[in-house]
Design a protein around this ligand. Structure first.
Ligand code: CTP
Ligand code: CA
Length: 226
């Protein structure tokens, strides 16, 4: 609607944003993780706050401080993040899964620091449960936004993730592209829905990307609710 106030277009909505990298402990002083900075997720949480939403930010390891005016829940592992999301899921309207979740964790976590001995050592990893897939299966009213970080065949992989994980919207980026990906202040993303590619956004700040993504979420929820 022309008179729809874009600024407060998520007023009254409860939103969960996950951000940053999960970490998987090997022993008390070592862990596996990835390069996620948390900037994209934090920008999404701040943008949702500015659009009037009640924001719960579930964050793993990040390199920047969390935004103010949102409820921050800190987690370490993928399992912790899954529990934190599930605890709040039934009561939420929107979930935005920007976190870079560790795909595998060590099968055992040593209680004591592992001492070096042999010239080679083997670490056995087991797959973590997929948080997005789990909530996709459980969703009732929730609008779910997934992310995909790719280095090749972006459209194909993005659509596969959107369908398999039952997302309403998927934000994909080619992390090898200039101005995109981990640690940068800008991002270049493509948006997909169940019908396929809907938009190629130009390179913009992560704040800009966050706002554009959430405006589309608000618009789709509003249309769906009529
Ligand atoms: N994701 C998740 N739980 C996991 C792994 C990923 O919720 N255990 C979510 C991410 O938060 C993101 C989306 O799934 O929103 C896609 O993550 P990505 O790593 O691109 O996809 P994967 O399904 O893990 O596939 P792959 O890493 O093999 O490309
Ligand atoms: Ca992954």
């Amino acid at each position: 609607h022309r008179f729809f106030d874009q600024k407060k277009s998520l007023q009254g909505k409860k939103i969960i944003v996950t951000a940053g990298a999960t970490i998987e402990r090997i022993d008390p002083v070592r862990y596996l993780t990835n390069d996620s900075s948390g900037k994209m997720g934090f920008a999404l949480a701040a943008a949702a706050r500015d659009m009037g939403a009640e924001v719960t930010l579930i964050a793993g390891k990040t390199t920047v401080p969390a935004p103010t005016g949102v409820q921050v829940v800190r987690v370490e592992s993928a399992q912790d993040m899954l529990e934190a999301v599930l605890q709040r899921f039934d009561d939420t309207d929107i979930v935005v899964k920007a976190a870079a979740v560790t795909d595998y964790r060590p099968i055992d976590q040593a209680k004591q620091k592992i001492k070096k001995s042999a010239a080679e050592m083997t670490l056995t990893l087991v797959k973590n449960q997929d948080i997005l897939y789990t909530i996709g299966e459980r969703k009732t009213k929730q609008f779910i936004v997934g992310f995909a970080a790719e280095t090749e065949r972006i459209d194909e992989y993005a659509m596969d993730k959107l369908k398999r994980k039952r997302c309403d919207l998927l934000v994909a980026n080619d992390v090898t592209e200039e101005g995109a990906g981990f640690g940068t202040d800008t991002n270049v993303v493509r948006l997909y829905d169940a019908n396929g590619l809907i938009e190629l956004l130009p390179v913009m700040s992560k704040q800009g990307v966050a706002r554009e993504v959430l405006l589309r979420v608000a618009e789709r929820i509003r249309k769906g609710a009529q």
